[in-house]
Design a binder for this molecule. Structure first.
Ligand SMILES: Cc1cc2nc3c(=O)[nH]c(=O)nc-3n(C[C@H](O)[C@H](O)[C@H](O)COP(=O)(O)OP(=O)(O)OC[C@H]3O[C@@H](n4cnc5c(N)ncnc54)[C@H](O)[C@@H]3O)c2cc1C
Length: 481
């Protein structure tokens, strides 16, 4: 009689893109194998975490990320492996506008992640007033941030302000780079979010010149470009649905509405108390945000818990408006517009709006006759005014702001509000040191790895890459290969 050899069992905590990618990698990735027994638990009733969608006006519309970088390989490659090649979509246009000096203007050409690399292009855009433009022009002679050799980590904002002036930071860099994390460049790690800036800031002379030569600038209008972003027909949740289906086909057990409450390790391995009962495992992938992760490891390693708790999160609100086709003015620029925090409404108050995405212009697969979709973003790490408003009041406020930004009357046909409270991790200065500390503490625990947006990049491709690496590390710990 054959005896069944038990396989090492891994429990993945968290069913967002990171946890589900870990399941994919633990079950062999591109070459499926069943060396490990894999189970995933997700606290919410559905998988996907920040990746979610709903049907708006007859089309499936993303409520979180609406696309992913195509210039990083991980997400596109995973989508293709999962059989989603035919569903990959490219944006219908490129470029964007910015609300500057009282109106929507086209973003300057030759920006690198919001940082100007050519003074003439900056001048031509008229996003800055004459004094701010002159200030940016002394870039070549303005002192560097630090003359003591290779820079360690620095905050992005001050590095640029020193060379190009405060207005460049407030008008372009903070809305663009800060906006990606709903953070502030005043305290955002250059090493973790835009390392070429550190290199450029460490050279003498013009920062714009150094950035221009270290990173290829974005092409001018009219030049052919490889798409920067991809999305998926049927929304980014297709990626989640396929990961769940493939995981299940490979024999992984994937459970929703099951919250991890407590972790304990003994001679027999891990014991996980969940809202649905006790589970046991030989290895753990901790793919939940740092708040719950800190609480789960606190009784095991206080130092790791404290380090996890230092990574804080910004909350954002997104309101998708269905508008009559043709209601917005002609000649809007690109896929959307940013609203810098320094912009003021006609009554002197600050906008709640941080960005407006022209969803149906950006993603032609969402287009339907007669209506357009516009998504308004609100909320930053230091601005949670939206959370004081109920849905009705938030919609009224943002409708008024749209009217002011576009100079037209707005009568929404329908609206959908989603709030991502504690949705985006902040990569503050010395983020990488914090992550190294967390990972080295995790390494002290038996067969436990961390994965998720809080560590090596918030974007979907970065989450996929980091989760696959974490899963491979755990696999080699458990199997000794
Ligand atoms: C509004 C918004 C827009 C974005 N736009 C983009 C974009 O356009 N492009 C892009 O690439 N990225 C974008 N991002 C970033 C990206 O979506 C996220 O960083 C990524 O989806 C995070 O995945 P994750 O699996 O690491 O974490 P999450 O998605 O947060 O998943 C973690 C999961 O853990 C679960 N969990 C928590 N506690 C427990 C527990 N105790 N037990 C079990 N489960 C638990 C949660 O319910 C959640 O499902 C955006 C993010 C937001 C919020």
């Amino acid at each position: 009689m054959a005896t069944e050899v038990s396989r090492p069992r891994v429990l993945v905590l968290g069913g967002g893109i990171s946890g589900l990618t870990a399941v994919w990698a633990l079950t062999g990735g591109e070459t499926p194998d069943d060396t490990l027994e894999v189970c995933l638990i997700e606290a919410a009733p559905t998988f996907g975490g920040k990746i979610a969608a709903t049907v708006i006006d007859g089309r499936s519309v993303d409520l979180g990320p609406d696309g992913f970088l195509a210039r990083r390989p991980e997400a596109v490659a995973l989508a293709k492996h999962l059989g989603l090649t035919e569903q990959l979509r490219v944006p219908g246009t490129s470029g964007a506008g910015i609300f500057a000096r009282g109106k929507i203007r086209q973003m300057p050409a030759k920006l690198n992640l919001g940082i100007p690399t050519e003074w003439r292009a900056l001048a031509k855009s008229r996003v800055l007033g004459p004094w701010a433009l002159l200030r940016a022009g002394i870039d070549i002679v303005a002192p560097r941030h630090d003359l003591r050799g290779k820079l360690g980590d620095r905050a992005i904002g001050p590095l640029i302000e020193r060379k190009l002036g405060r207005r460049v930071v407030e008008t372009l860099v903070d809305p663009m780079i800060g906006g990606i994390h709903a953070g502030r460049v005043a305290d955002m790690s250059a090493a973790a979010t835009f390392p070429p800036l550190l290199t450029a800031a460490g050279t003498s002379g013009s920062l714009m010149h150094a950035l221009r030569t270290s990173v290829p600038p974005s092409p001018a209008d009219g030049e052919p470009v490889a798409p920067v972003f991809n999305s998926l027909e049927g929304s980014v949740t297709s990626l989640i649905d396929r990961l769940v289906a493939v995981g299940q086909e490979r024999g992984a057990e994937l459970l929703t509405s099951t919250e991890a409450l407590h972790l304990r390790h003994d001679d027999a391995g891990w014991e996980i108390t969940t809202s649905e009962g006790i589970l046991r495992a030989d290895g753990i992938v901790l793919a939940v945000p740092t708040g719950p992760a800190a609480e789960l490891v606190r009784s095991l390693d206080e130092e790791m818990a404290d380090l996890l708790a230092t990574i804080d999160y910004a909350s954002v609100g997104l309101v998708t408006f269905v508008l009559d086709e043709g209601v917005l003015p002609e000649g809007l620029f690109g896929t959307g517009m940013l609203v810098p925090s320094i912009a003021r409404r006609s009554d002197g108050s600050a906008f709640l709006t941080t960005a407006v995405t022209y969803l149906t212009t950006k993603w032609p697969h969402l287009q339907r006759d007669g209506s357009v979709l516009v998504r308004v973003s609100t909320g930053r790490i230091d601005d949670v005014r939206f959370s004081d408003l109920d849905d009705e009041a938030l919609i009224a406020q943002l409708t008024g702001e749209l009217e002011e930004l576009f100079g037209v009357a707005i009568h929404p046909r329908a609206t959908t509000v989603v709030r991502w409270m504690d949705g985006l991790p902040q990569y503050r200065v010395n983020h990488q040191l914090r992550v190294a500390g967390i990972e080295s503490a995790a390494d002290r625990l038996p067969n436990l790895v961390v994965a998720g947006a809080a560590y090596h990049g918030v974007g979907i491709p970065a989450c996929i890459g980091a989760a696959a690496s974490a899963a491979d590390l755990l696999r080699s710990k458990l199997l000794g290969d």
